[in-house]
Ligand binder design. Structure first.
Ligand code: S3P
Length: 440
């Protein structure tokens, strides 16, 4: 059944909150654990639909997994060559990360696999991954560049050097995973830095991965050794609260144990440049990743031109950042963010439409958006009903806009919030948002 949110206007956010585990890291922990030798224990796992899809794919490929129980998962690794042909299609649900990384991992297997996804995933581009994998010798078929993706049995991959045509951690990761099965050294060159969780986690599993500026490389055939993975809270989920507390006067919120990997913190930098009051407290390391508590207090925001280099480092947080921009004094300009158009939805169009439904007109462009913020402490949105377009991040972004609305905000099609943020409604209520879920 389709769900929706009903969010009462105004309020402030306070207290402390630990948002669910990092989605990118949870997917990778299952994948690397599955092809490692030995038993990998994961804590802080994202027990959300996307990461569960990845677990189920590996179960179908013959890997024994236990959990999640209290956000803990145990993966009984089968080794680099231990995966078995699945007797079913591999359903990635809504998870682009699962499908793209799996394409790389499955490209070097001696059996065939078929990857499918939900309505949103079925529209997303897969050629960007299929093409370089084909250059490595993989045999991959797509439906005009989109899922379903058929990966045919491999007779061996060879390493390539590949310059990524776009900044994409999923593409980089797919090629590195395929590189584990290739003869020689796979070299990937990034046009701009993207999240480096795959590189960090491969190292934690004992693989020699070299990073030299934009160049990442690894030799094929290296065995992975099981390890423990402590997954930090997802900064991308924390972002809704960073924005919410920034725009709602009187807010003071502590977000606990959040991953602050330097390749992910574009949203922190952008919010700070807009005037946000975010304090990074008790910085520490967890499982090869930097982690901290984030204290955010409301502050007057001002519009900025988002620096180009911060775009890939904040790519998943733009829907929430657009809400911040509406509440900021002056103009915010986003450029070079065309990748937003091929996420779980076209996030530029979906947010422009959703904000317009709340009475706020923005100017979308081909590769970004221009937002003339209203500033001040008064309501900048009005009562309205927005559609999430099957996209978890659109749903949560429109929900937090209610903090600065003069009337009730309703959001339709919120079922997919569970892909990345199970328990969002309870967490948001606990922090002070007047939110109810309807149709649950
Ligand atoms: C991800 C990479 C990004 C991001 C996605 C997760 C990952 O996608 O938007 O939510 O885990 O590697 P792209 O690689 O398409 O930029």
């Amino acid at each position: 059944m389709s769900r929706s949110f009903r969010v009462g206007p105004g309020g402030r956010l306070s207290g402390r909150l630990r948002v669910p585990g990092d989605k990118s890291i949870s997917h990778r922990a299952v994948m690397l654990g599955a092809i490692a030798e030995g038993t990998t224990r994961i804590s802080g796992f994202l027990s959300g639909a996307d990461a569960i899809s990845t677990m189920n794919v590996f179960r179908a490929l013959g890997v024994r997994l236990e959990g999640p129980v209290d956000d803990g998962v145990t993966v009984h690794g089968v080794g680099l060559h231990g995966l078995r042909a699945a007797s079913v299609v591999l359903d990635c649900g809504n998870a682009g990360t699962a499908m793209r990384l799996l394409m790389g991992l499955l490209a070097g297997q001696r059996f065939a696999s078929t990857l499918v996804g939900d309505e949103s995933l079925t529209k997303r581009p897969m050629r960007r991954v299929a093409e370089p994998l084909q250059r490595m010798g993989a045999r991959i078929e797509t439906n005009a560049g989109c899922p379903p993706v058929r990966v045919l049995p491999s007779d061996g991959l060879h390493a390539i050097r590949y310059e990524l045509p776009m900044a994409s951690a999923q593409l980089k990761s797919a090629l590195l995973l395929a590189g584990l099965y290739a003869d020689g050294e796979t070299v990937v060159v990034e046009p701009a830095p993207t999240r480096d969780h795959t590189e960090r986690m491969l190292r934690a599993f004992g693989v020699d991965v070299r990073s030299d500026g934009p160049v990442v490389s690894l030799r094929g055939g290296q065995a992975l050794r099981a390890t423990t993975v402590d997954v930090p809270a997802d900064l991308s989920s924390a972002a809704f609260f960073l924005v919410g507390a920034s725009i709602a006067p009187g807010s003071d919120l502590l977000l606990e144990h959040v991953g602050i990997n330097p390749t992910r913190i574009g949203c922190l930098e952008i919010l700070r440049r807009m005037g946000a009051d975010i304090e990074v407290v008790a910085q520490r390391q967890a499982g090869g990743e930097p982690v901290a508590d984030l204290r955010v207090r409301s502050a007057p925001l001002h519009g900025i031109e988002i620096p180009h280099e911060l775009v890939p480092l904040a790519i998943d947080e733009f829907p929430a950042l657009f809400v911040a921009a509406c509440c900021a004094e002056g103009r915010t300009v986003v450029r070079g963010a065309e990748e937003l158009r091929v996420k779980e939805s076209d996030r530029i169009a979906a947010m422009a439409e959703g904000l317009a439904a709340l009475g706020f007109v923005t100017r979308p462009t081909a590769d970004g958006i221009v937002i003339d913020g209203r500033g001040g402490d008064d309501a900048v949105f009005r009562a309205g009903r927005g559609a999430a377009h099957h996209d978890h991040r659109i749903a949560m972004s429109l929900a937090i806009a209610a903090l600065r609305s003069s009337g009730v905000v309703e959001v339709d099609d919120t079922t997919n919030v569970a892909t990345s943020f199970p328990g969002f409604v309870a967490s948001a209520r606990g922090a002070g948002l007047d939110i109810d879920e309807i149709g649950a």
